[in-house]
Design a protein around this ligand. Structure first.
Ligand SMILES: C[S@@+](CC[C@H](N)C(=O)[O-])C[C@H]1O[C@@H](n2cnc3c(N)ncnc32)[C@H](O)[C@@H]1O
Length: 300
């Protein structure tokens, strides 16, 4: 069997970076720009775990918790929770966000979701892996999605039988750029993002290889993953806070960015931007920006 990806040094060497985003820079503004799209899907999946354990009695792990935009909503509804992220800056925001909302008693850990040995086997009722898998692979592991498979294997290990795993990533069906009004202006970054985001087939295969029974595959169509008033505001295209709401911008070169800014300025001046936004809303709401896949650990 192929050896697992060693994470000693991995988190340290990347410090606050995923394979392509500097989360130290992002931590302060991430929560300003993002919303917990698909929260109802996450809560519904947890509540319908085959274990039959009611939501308010569950112990949840948020793997790659970021600044806690989901956890803040989920934590008050469950018995207890742990949150892990390898970015200390994101984790600090997560802790501050939850504690500011008077949610106490959580366990916060820096570390990689590829090796969660700090958690015992069969110790959680639900594991969330939201918008993390596209950040895991380097050039070597991407073709086989080795890191995603390892993350799923860890999720399986720490889940109790009958517990649920809920993962989400970007939806690249039918094409990545069909979901974002600005993406078509930066084709080079779209090509890079399309490569990084796993396909739904790869996610399903990784999940079932880990031993899970694959549940629902859902793309919520109406909500944007950025707050919709921000997402639909082209006047903020050059604003770093706005851009940090979408890790896509980490893949856009300065040259491509300059091109996008010029296109947006031109379209705004020519009065064609509104029609462009509207037509993109049609394609976005037909398919959705986010892909959720749920699964359960068999009971016996
Ligand atoms: C796009 S954010 C998603 C955050 C949160 N789950 C959410 O949906 O808002 C990706 C997060 O994954 C974290 N991350 C990336 N690779 C990781 C790894 N190997 N182990 C732990 N966290 C990781 C990043 O630090 C970042 O906080």
């Amino acid at each position: 069997m192929e050896p697992p990806i060693a994470v000693t040094g991995y988190a340290e060497s990347l410090a606050n970076r995923s394979q392509f985003v500097d989360y130290k820079d992002t931590a302060k503004s991430y929560g300003t720009a993002r919303q917990p799209v698909g929260l109802d899907i996450v809560l519904g999946a947890l509540a319908s775990a085959p274990s039959g354990i009611p939501l308010h009695q569950q112990r949840i792990l948020d793997a790659g918790c970021g600044t806690g935009i989901y956890l803040k909503e989920i934590a008050p509804r469950v018995e207890s929770f742990a949150a892990i992220d390898f970015s200390a800056a994101m984790l600090e925001e997560c802790q501050a966000t939850t504690e500011d909302a008077s949610i106490m008693g959580g366990q916060y850990n820096t570390g990689s979701i590829l090796d969660m040995s700090l958690y015992e086997d069969n110790s959680f009722d639900g594991v969330l892996i939201n918008q993390v898998v596209q950040h895991l692979e380097d050039d070597e592991t991407r073709p086989t999605r080795k890191a995603m498979k390892q993350a799923y294997a860890e999720a399986y290990r720490v889940l109790k039988p009958g517990g649920m795993v809920i993962m989400s990533t970007r939806n690249k069906n039918p094409t990545y750029d069909s979901h974002y009004w600005y993406a078509g202006f930066c084709p080079e970054a779209v090509a890079k993002m399309t490569e990084r985001v796993p396909s739904r087939e790869q996610c399903i295969a990784a999940q079932s290889t880990a031993g899970f029974v694959v549940g629902n595959v859902i793309c919520p169509q109406l909500a944007t993953f950025m707050k919709s008033n921000m997402y639909n505001d082209p006047s903020r295209i050059a604003d770093p806070t706005w851009q940090r709401g979408d890790s896509f911008w980490s893949l856009v070169s300065d040259e491509e960015k300059a091109g996008v800014h010029a296109i947006v300025e031109e379209m705004t001046a020519a009065g064609t931007m509104e029609a462009h936004l509207k037509s993109h809303e049609v394609t976005r709401t037909m398919t959705g920006q986010v892909l959720f896949i749920t699964g359960s650990k068999p009971i016996a």
